[in-house]
Design a protein around this ligand. Structure first.
Ligand code: SAH
Ligand code: SF4
Ligand code: F3S
Length: 480
C-alpha cells in the first residue's frame, strides 16, 4: 500500500471568522457531497484515551462524522470507520493503545473497506509514529491533533485512492474550533476549551510537543459558547486548558482567565469548573472571583508534582514549596469550604529519600481532598528523559504506595466530615456499581451514591450524606 503525506494549508488560509459557521469549514471540504453519499447508513467507532482535551476532540470528530451521515456504534465489526484517539503522557497510556490496535487490526482483513485510524497525541511524536507505522501496517490513516478539521477529506482519500495517509501538521498556529461542529457526550455537563497547547515545558512532560504552543480562543467566541450552553439548559461547564491561567496572554484583547470566570458566572450557568490551573500563575484576582460567585465551584485542581524545591526546580515547575503553600493558604482563607486536589509524580530521576519525604510532609500539610498520583515515566524527547536515574523501580514503587496511603488518610478523613450534612448533587446517572442507585457529584466534586428515580438525571438536588468511603459518599435524597 502506498503512503501519502497530505497537508491542506489552503484550507486554513481560506478560513474566515466573519462567516464562521459550521457549514463554512465543512463546506470547504472538497468531497463533502461524495462523503455524504459514502457515509449513508454507515457507522463509526471511536475510543478516546487521555485527558479532557482528547475527550473534547472526540466530540468534534463525532460532530464531523455525524454531519456527513455516519452514526455511532460500539461494535467494531459493523463499522466503516474506526478511530483510536491516543494519549502519550505516560508509558502505560501508550501500552493500552498498542493493545487495542493489536485487537482491532484483524477487522481490516474481515472488512476491506474499513478505515482504521489512529490520531491524538501519540502520532504527534515522530518516534512513536514510526513504531506505529512499523508495527501496524493495517492502520490506514494517521492524523495529528491539529488535523481533525480535515477528517472527512482524509477518510475520502483513504477510501477512494486506497492509499495509507499520514497527515501531521508541523506548525500548530491557529484555533480552528470555531468553525467545526461538535456532538457533546453529555446533555447537561459540557467542556469548553479556552486555551490550547502548553508553553510551560515542564521537563518530564510530552504535552507541549504533542499539543503545540499556547493559543487562546477569542473571548467573544468562548462567551457565545457559554451563552448557547446556558440556553440549552446545561447545568455545568468546565473550562479546559493545559493551563487555564495562561488564558489571554497570547492575545491582545485585554481579558484574562479571571475575566472568563466572572463573565461566565454572571451568565448564571449553575456550576462552573475549570482544569487545569498551574500554581505558578494562579492570580489573586482569580481567587477573588472564585470566592465571589457561588456558581464557581469551590474545588480547585492544583497540581504540585513534588514537595521538594530541588525536584521542583529540576522539573521546571517555576514555583517553590513555600510559593505553593502560600498560594494554598490564600485560597483556603478566601474561599470557604474549598476542596483541593492535586497531581504528584513519584520517582523523578535521582529523587532522594529526603526529597520524597518533603512530598509526604507537604501532602500532610495541605491535606488534599483528592489526588492523582503517578510514577515518573520517561518520555522520549523531553529533557528529563536524558537524565541518568539512580533510583531503582522497586524504590519508586514503595514510595508510591507510601504516598497513596498518606493521601488516602486525608481523603478518608475529609469524606467522613460530609456525614450528616446536606449536599447539592448534580445527578449524573445510574451508579456504575449498583443499578438500583443513582450517582452524582457534590460542588466539591465528591462522588455520591443514593437511591432515586432516573428522571432526576441532570438535576441538581439535595442529598443528605449518611456514610462515607474513601472515594465516595452514600446518601439519601432530601425531598422538596
Ligand atoms: N497541564 C496539567 C497536566 C497535564 S498532564 C498541569 O500542568 O497541571 C497530567 C499529569 O500527568 C501531570 O500533572 C503530571 O502529574 C502527570 N505527568 C505528566 N508527565 C508525566 C510523566 N512523564 N511521568 C509521570 N507523570 C506525568
Ligand atoms: Fe505538561 Fe507542565 Fe504543560 Fe502541564 S504545565 S501540560 S505538566 S508541560
Ligand atoms: Fe494525553 Fe495528550 Fe492529554 S498526551 S494527557 S491526551 S494532551
Amino acid at each position: 500500500m502506498k503512503t501519502k503525506i497530505v497537508n491542506y494549508p489552503d484550507m486554513i488560509k481560506a478560513r474566515d471568522r466573519s462567516k464562521g459557521s459550521t457549514n463554512f469549514i465543512m463546506g470547504k471540504s472538497e468531497h463533502l457531497e461524495e462523503m455524504k453519499a459514502l457515509a449513508k447508513g454507515k457507522k463509526y467507532y471511536i475510543h478516546t484515551y487521555g485527558c479532557q482535551a482528547n475527550v473534547r476532540d472526540e466530540e468534534t470528530m463525532r460532530g464531523i462524522l455525524e454531519y456527513v451521515g455516519y452514526t455511532r456504534s460500539d461494535d467494531i465489526s459493523e463499522v466503516d470507520v474506526a478511530i483510536i484517539n491516543t494519549c502519550a503522557v505516560r508509558e502505560n497510556a501508550e501500552d493500552k493503545v498498542y493493545g487495542e490496535i493489536g485487537n482491532l487490526k484483524k477487522y481490516r482483513k474481515i472488512n476491506k473497506e474499513l478505515v482504521l485510524a489512529v490520531c491524538g497525541c501519540m502520532v504527534e511524536q515522530p518516534e512513536i509514529l514510526q513504531v506505529l507505522l512499523d508495527k501496524f501496517p493495517e492502520v490506514n490513516l494517521y492524523f495529528g491533533t491539529h488535523e481533525i478539521y480535515k477528517l472527512i477529506d482524509l477518510i475520502y482519500e483513504v477510501k477512494k485512492q486506497g492509499t495509507k495517509i499520514v497527515s501531521i501538521e508541523s506548525k500548530k498556529g491557529e484555533v480552528i474550533e470555531e468553525e467545526l461542529p461538535a456532538i457533546r457526550n453529555n446533555k447537561f455537563k459540557a467542556y469548553v476549551n479556552i486555551i490550547y497547547g502548553c508553553d510551560k515545558f515542564c521537563t518530564y512532560c510530552i504535552v507541549p510537543y504533542t499539543r503545540g504552543k499556547e493559543r487562546s480562543r477569542h473571548f467573544i467566541d468562548i462567551m457565545n459558547e457559554v451563552r448557547d450552553l446556558k440556553r440549552l439548559g446545561y447545568k455545568e461547564i468546565t473550562f479546559l486548558g493545559q493551563n487555564v491561567n495562561a488564558y489571554g496572554k497570547d492575545l491582545e484583547e485585554g481579558y484574562d482567565f479571571a475575566d472568563v470566570l466572572e463573565e461566565a458566572a454572571k451568565m448564571g450557568i449553575p456550576r462552573i469548573r475549570f482544569t487545569t490551573s498551574h500554581p505558578w500563575d494562579f492570580s489573586s484576582k482569580m481567587i477573588d472571583v472564585i470566592a465571589k460567585y457561588d456558581n464557581i465551584m469551590n474545588f480547585i485542581h492544583l497540581p504540585v508534582q513534588s514537595g521538594n524545591d530541588e525536584v521542583l526546580r529540576k522539573m521546571g515547575r517555576r514555583y517553590s514549596r513555600s510559593d505553593y503553600l502560600n498560594l494554598v493558604k490564600e485560597m483556603r482563607k478566601k474561599i470557604p469550604n474549598l476542596s483541593l486536589s492535586t497531581d504528584i509524580i513519584v520517582g523523578f530521576p535521582n529523587e532522594s529519600e529526603e526529597e520524597f519525604q518533603d512530598t509526604l510532609s507537604l501532602v500532610d500539610e495541605v491535606k488534599y481532598e483528592a489526588a492523582f498520583t503517578f510514577i515518573y515515566s520517561p518520555r522520549k524527547g523531553t529533557p528529563a528523559a536524558k537524565l541518568e536515574d539512580n533510583v531503582p523501580y522497586e524504590t519508586k514503587s514503595r514510595r508510591f504506595k507510601e504516598l497513596v496511603s498518606h493521601l488516602e488518610r486525608h481523603i478518608e478523613e475529609d469524606a467522613n466530615k460530609y456525614v450528616g450534612t446536606i449536599q447539592k448533587v448534580l445527578v449524573d446517572g445510574v451508579s456504575k456499581t449498583d443499578a438500583n442507585m443513582l450517582s452524582g457529584y457534590t460542588e466539591t466534586n465528591k462522588l455520591v451514591h443514593f437511591q432515586g428515580d432516573e428522571s432526576l438525571v441532570g438535576e441538581i438536588i439535595d442529598v443528605k450524606i449518611t456514610s462515607s468511603h474513601t472515594y465516595s459518599l452514600i446518601g439519601e435524597r432530601v425531598d422538596g
